[in-house]
Ligand binder design. Structure first.
Ligand SMILES: Cc1cc2nc3c(=O)[nH]c(=O)nc-3n(C[C@H](O)[C@H](O)[C@H](O)COP(=O)(O)O)c2cc1C
Length: 327
């Protein structure tokens, strides 16, 4: 047994602590965990589903998939092979996965690198500096996604980037005028100084961001309020590398795989100083999503739209404590 190996109870606690730091849509943290012996159950928390913008629970399952990858990474670094079953029981659809502690192992250097980024990684919500993302890093991110059965496609042509930006603008424009969409975003916006442990904190986006060219509008978390951080976080204006995460089909298994791929990509990017900004508004509108699928995704299903780039800004994030999410 490796000298690094924690006791099984410590390993489980460390994996649950880590899983809380996964990204989730609007920081809804739509998961709960149950421990039975040496097995962790990951469950979807339907009360935290976005009923207007995520009727099918696609983004909920992507978020939980990211938590699953985080658990796997943490368990490996505690010295245990994670033995995962995805959607193990057709009669319990909210049971998304079980993770059992397997043989003792020594995590490889790359897994330890990813582990080190779990709490440090942050979503960015503005333009990037004009420092380029190294091509080798982009290529490696594509490989990381493929290891989790998803495809990351950097959008290389400026015309295609403009199309993705235009779809984002159209979706954001329509959603901003839709009362139900707006109310849902506001429901998950965390006001300055709030003690809530979920939602997008006002310190997590600039009060006024400089427009990127082409412009990728952010979600309006500060709707009609003067919220947002006042640092120079919003001063950079480079859009960065636009990338699409896709899967061949659109099943629940593939949504969970997308989340695992997403977190693998984000942690690897973070380890190389690269941050991600997300713009998933167009994916919440079926006709725009279908258009994107046909026109830019070679018929695959678009699951995430992101921009990758370099920033020196630190955005804020909060998480629910372990005792609220685990039993
Ligand atoms: C499925 C999914 C969709 C997301 N969509 C957006 C988005 O459209 N705009 C955005 O600013 N962030 C988006 N995010 C990022 C979340 O807001 C972010 O993960 C959450 O607030 C936690 O913050 P952190 O990533 O900094 O830890 C998305 C995340 C996930 C998993």
């Amino acid at each position: 047994m490796s000298t690094r190996t924690a006791t099984r109870a410590q390993a489980i606690e460390s994996a649950l602590e880590a899983a809380r730091w996964a990204p989730s849509v609007h920081n809804t943290q739509p998961w709960s965990f149950a421990v039975s012996g040496e097995e962790i159950s990951l469950r979807a928390d339907a009360d935290r589903k976005l009923r207007v913008s995520d009727t099918e629970g696609r983004q909920l399952l992507i978020s939980c998939g990211a938590a699953l990858f985080t658990m796997r990474t943490a368990l490996s670094c505690e010295g245990y092979q994670p033995v995962v079953r995805v959607l193990p029981d057709p009669d319990r659809p909210s049971l998304l996965a079980t993770v059992r502690l397997g043989a003792t192992i020594e995590a490889d250097e790359h897994t330890r690198l990813l582990r080190g980024e779990i709490e440090r990684r942050r979503t960015h919500r503005a333009g990037f500096t004009n420092l380029p993302v190294p091509e080798q890093v982009v290529e490696r991110l594509v490989k990381e996604a493929s290891m989790e059965q998803a495809r990351l496609t950097p959008v290389r042509s400026p015309d295609a980037v403009r199309v993705v930006a235009a779809l984002t603008q159209a979706a954001q424009g329509v959603q901003a005028q839709d009362r139900l969409f707006s109310l849902e975003v506001i429901r998950w916006a965390r006001p300055p100084g709030s003690r809530r442990t979920d939602g997008v904190p006002a310190e997590g986006y600039p009060r006024e961001a400089v427009r990127t060219d082409p412009d990728f509008p952010q979600r309006d978390y500060s709707w009609r309020h003067d919220w947002g951080s006042q640092g120079d976080q919003g001063a950079s204006s480079t859009a960065g590398v636009v990338a699409l995460l896709t899967t061949p089909g659109d099943t629940r298994e593939e949504w969970i795989a997308t989340g695992q791929a997403l977190q693998r990509v984000l942690l690897h990017a973070s380890a190389h100083g690269v941050s991600a900004a997300f713009h998933t508004q167009a994916l919440e509108m079926p006709h725009l999503r279908e258009f994107l699928r046909e026109s830019l995704c070679s018929g695959e299903q678009p699951q995430m739209i992101m921009r990758l780039g370099i920033t020196f800004d630190q955005t804020a994030a909060v998480r629910r404590p372990l005792y609220e999410v685990a039993d």
